[in-house]
Write a protein that binds this ligand. Structure first.
Ligand SMILES: Nc1ncnc2c1ncn2[C@@H]1O[C@H](COP(=O)(O)OP(=O)(O)OP(=O)(O)O)[C@@H](O)[C@H]1O
Ligand SMILES: O=C(O)C1=C[C@@H](O)[C@@H](O)[C@H](O)C1
Ligand SMILES: [Mg+2]
Length: 186
């Protein structure tokens, strides 16, 4: 090995799935996909898998079956996905707030709460129409309501990572660092 080259750090080996939880727009899907690439494990997005299973978009499921119908499907799909070994699972923003789904995720995965300032999230979700809970509402108002109702659930995740307003790549680094520290103590 040339003297100048540094030894590469061994890649983190996941013993079980990692589930990303947190508000709509915080980065569960986009950070999760890059995190899975970095760790060479499969990436799954619960919203996409629910859409595949139903053959309908999330918005259409809400319209046809109501939020309760969506939550039923979400619970089943997440339970199935988490039985499939080490992976990164991006959960939907409301999944970890449903008691039965919360318990399934806590049992089967290492849970990571991705968190950042609500103003950063409001900017990211502005002008996107595929999130039924944001449609026709002021995003900041919805996010504040969700902060009040959902943060107590998210706070029960194994790990919290505040990603600030940084790039996807930096967020991935922060999550990998936090996972290493958490898994070393297990
Ligand atoms: N760390 C980040 N740096 C830069 N942009 C980000 C970051 N995280 C998310 N974004 C941007 O914010 C938007 C929302 O991110 P994303 O879809 O990953 O959120 P989500 O948590 O999966 O939301 P939902 O719960 O609605 O599925 C995307 O346009 C994404 O590129
Ligand atoms: O925060 C929520 O309750 C939601 C977030 C999205 O990921 C989707 O699961 C759906 O739009 C509901
Ligand atoms: Mg998503």
């Amino acid at each position: 090995m040339p003297e100048t080259s540094k030894p590469t750090e061994p890649r983190l080996i996941l013993p079980r799935p990692v589930a990303l939880v947190g508000l709509m727009g915080v980065g569960k899907t986009t950070v999760g996909r890059r995190l899975a690439d970095a760790l060479a494990v499969p990436f799954r997005d619960a919203d996409e898998e629910i859409e595949k299973a139903a053959g309908l978009s999330v918005s259409d499921i809400f319209a046809a079956f109501g939020e309760a119908g969506f939550r039923d499907g979400e619970q089943k799909v997440i339970a199935r996905l988490l039985d499939d070994g080490p992976q990164i699972l991006a959960t939907g923003g409301g999944a970890f707030v449903q008691p039965a789904t919360h318990d399934i995720i806590r049992q089967k995965a290492v849970t990571v709460w991705l968190k950042t300032d609500l103003r950063v999230i409001a900017r990211r979700v502005a002008n996107r129409s595929h999130r039924p809970l944001l449609r026709d509402r002021d995003p900041m108002e919805v996010l504040r309501e969700h902060e009040a109702k959902r943060y107590p659930f998210y706070a029960r995740a194994d790990i919290t990572v505040d990603t600030g307003d940084q790039s996807h790549g930096k967020s991935v680094e922060l999550v990998i660092g936090a996972l290493k520290r958490f898994l070393e103590t297990k």
